[in-house]
Design a protein around this ligand. Sequence first.
Ligand SMILES: Nc1ncnc2c1ncn2[C@@H]1O[C@H](COP(=O)(O)OP(=O)(O)OP(=O)(O)O)[C@@H](O)[C@H]1O
Length: 228
Amino acid sequence: MIECSEVSFSFPGARSSRLIFDRMNVSFAEGKFHAVMGPSGSGKTTLLNLLDATLRPHSGSITIAGKEVGAYQLGELRGHILTRIYQDYRLIPFLTAADNIRLAQQVAGNLKSKPDCALDLLQRLGIYDLADYPASQLSGGEAQRVAIARALANYPKVILADEPTGALDEKASLEIAVLLRNLAHETGVCIVTVTHDPALAAAADRVVLVHDYQMVEKNLSTSPQGSF
Ligand SMILES: Nc1ncnc2c1ncn2[C@@H]1O[C@H](COP(=O)(O)OP(=O)(O)OP(=O)(O)O)[C@@H](O)[C@H]1O
């Protein structure tokens, strides 16, 4: 689904002109939950920013679903091809859970052409009862579930997650980790999360480490079981 080939990148400017990636190669398959780990400052968020065309590589190629990321219209790439979720959820606090999802459909121009999927998604993520609650009244774990539902609203091929459990306690982190893995398996979406959280890494189908400006495979042992 995602292919990075010989990708090199550094930030311009004196302080940060060091290389972040140097002819880096990595791919991320559909229907899998991938965790990207590495020390602080190693380039994990930079990778997500390259994948959604916030940043452009100096050289090399990044394709999603067979097409160069830079060749997509930004409006098509962000919202239709891929969506992002964040540590701080980024919900609209005064809108209900359901309306946060509907807003994503509306912004993508899908609310007229496709059925309203908000309640179906909330049901699927086990939070149907929260549909009419303002986002500001949700717990962290509940808010992240709504954010994941919103990320699914336009049937993306890829979800990019930036520390999605960074603000959650251990129990909620494990639930979100298993939820993301099961969503990848059940819907075929390719999920790439950057994280420091061992619970996310343990739930992942695959863990890659950022090391020496490259992506290196890490061998997996066990995964938590369960269904959310
Ligand atoms: N806009 C920017 N301009 C210049 N340098 C930047 C910029 N954004 C990030 N950097 C630098 O690029 C490097 C990689 O940053 P990045 O945020 O990708 O790391 P990270 O692995 O996600 O870190 P963390 O785990 O702490 O979130 C760091 O040295 C950072 O200081």
